[in-house]
Design a protein around this ligand. Structure first.
Ligand code: GLU
Ligand code: ZN
Length: 287
């Protein structure tokens, strides 16, 4: 059964960019008669705000969205622990500045947007038992390619050269986003992952983890980030009104739905129902 999801981090009020992602994920799933799941990504307990769970639900309901099941990652730690035991990992005690320094020493300035972990601790002699260790995954020396269903773009990455062995569990025991997301998408039967384009660069990493764990790869739909919409800058920067503020201020959700649609280049009236948006999306997919 087609299954989509919205996976917010309950760290504060939702912004319009988050709400638009939720709307599109819901539309994508429902347009093919699929299930829709709400998953709170709340592993980083230090950043979680307890009130955000209910505010998020209220925001989604206000726009007309519903879901068939709800989960919290913080209640699923055993699953992440079990997956971790199936992967080739090693403890790493390097500090950020040590990694930065060795990257600079080896290849000059990093060419990608992120520093590539040079594998220092894959040599056990370089580990420091006096420091807390993160667990890194020994990434395969393979090129991983992902094709995006929304943009049609294709992204290929050699993880060893472009990313390096990345962290699956932090020094404080918190499981990393990449691990949890891959385990959950599999366990929840997610067939379609629709999310913001800021996570596009993470897709090859997640596909590599899926392969290593024997999971199928879902379809990926990365939607461009919203810019300049109702004062919304980049996703989470301050200043933009929260969804809650709009909701409580009496904004008509039908107008907001229409504004989201116009932003995507879909022809709708001044107000739009979810049915109209479903039609617009089906139209886009058929073209
Ligand atoms: N929790 C992530 C976020 O709020 C989304 C993860 C995903 O959709 O894969 O940015
Ligand atoms: Zn290390």
């Amino acid at each position: 059964m087609p299954t989509g999801r919205f996976a917010p981090s309950p760290t504060g009020p939702m912004h319009l960019g988050n709400l638009r992602t939720a709307l599109l994920a819901w539309l994508q799933a429902r347009s093919v008669g699929g299930r829709f799941i709400l998953r709170f990504e709340d592993l980083d307990t230090g950043r979680v705000r307890g009130a955000a769970y209910q505010t998020t639900r209220d925001d989604l309901h206000w726009l007309g969205l519903d879901w068939d099941a709800e989960y919290r990652q913080s209640e699923r730690l055993d699953l992440y622990a079990a997956a971790l035991t199936q992967l080739d990992t090693y403890p790493c005690t390097c500090t950020r500045s040590e990694i930065q320094a060795s990257v600079q020493a080896s290849a000059g300035a990093p060419h990608g947007p992120e520093a590539v972990y040079p594998g220092t601790c894959s040599d056990p002699a370089k580990r420091r038992p006096d420091r807390p260790a993160v667990l890194r995954w020994r990434v395969p020396d393979e090129t991983m390619c992902v094709t995006d269903a929304w943009t049609g773009e294709r992204l290929c990455q050699n993880l060893e050269a472009e990313v390096g062995d990345f962290v699956l569990r932090r020094g404080d025991g918190v499981y990393a986003y990449h691990l949890a997301v891959v385990v959950d998408d599999f366990e929840m039967g997610i067939t379609d992952v629709l999310r913001g384009a800021d996570l596009w660069a993470a897709a090859p990493r997640q596909v590599a983890l899926q392969r290593a764990l024997g999971y199928p790869t879902p379809a990926y739909w990365h939607v461009p980030l919203m810019q300049g919409f109702r004062g919304e800058r980049l996703a989470k920067r301050g200043g933009a009104p929260s969804v809650r503020a709009l909701r409580e201020g009496g904004t008509d959700p039908a107008i907001l739905r229409a504004e989201f649609a116009v932003l995507l280049g879909w022809a709708v009236g001044e107000k739009a129902s979810l049915e109209e948006l479903l039609d617009a999306l089906r139209q886009r997919t058929a073209d």
